[in-house]
Design a protein around this ligand. Sequence first.
Ligand SMILES: [Fe+2]
Ligand SMILES: [Fe+2]
Length: 214
Amino acid sequence: MMPYVLSRARELARAASLLEAAERLALHAATRQAAIAREPRTARFCARQARQEAFHARVFAAAAACLAPGAVVAHPGGAALGAYRAQLDRDLESGDLWSSVVGLQVALEALGAAVLGELEAGLARHLPALAPLHRVLAQQEAAHHGFGLRRIERAVATGAIPAPRLRVAAGAYHRLANGLLAACAEILDRLGESPAPYAARFEALLPAWFRDPA
Ligand SMILES: [Fe+2]
Ligand SMILES: [Fe+2]
């Protein structure tokens, strides 16, 4: 029994480490969004989001350290997160704020909510102290996701993001998000969990224009 508990804690530590890296990616992208946003309200929201993502990253770093004290915890999401970051950086470098919102607030936030929601029970069992923090994180991530959905709907209505560009962004970030989910499969497998509920939860959080770009 003990080795099982220990290995499960270690796998959860790897999941926490991957979540920390994803939060750092969100911090990076939201910081850049705040710098290029023309509307002051959007810039302020992204700057606040960046501060919250920095806090989330610290929470998961602490969780990984508590779950596997003294261990160097490697996670399998490096390549997929790197590809995701490269696409976000391409959009941000070209000043395409709305495509980056599709990537960060619409897709990555939905993926984070799906993974966190499914891992919640396992993390809470090993780290009960995380439960109240998790509720705060979930509320903040839901606000980031909701902001992204509202802003994209408005950008579409005003023509700020043309339909072809929205289609390209949705397709690219859907592929990248699925790559990230696939990278999680090894951890899920070792935790004795199927990736299917994660993928289903992720898809359920996505708007129709993202799931099935016309
Ligand atoms: Fe976050
Ligand atoms: Fe977030």
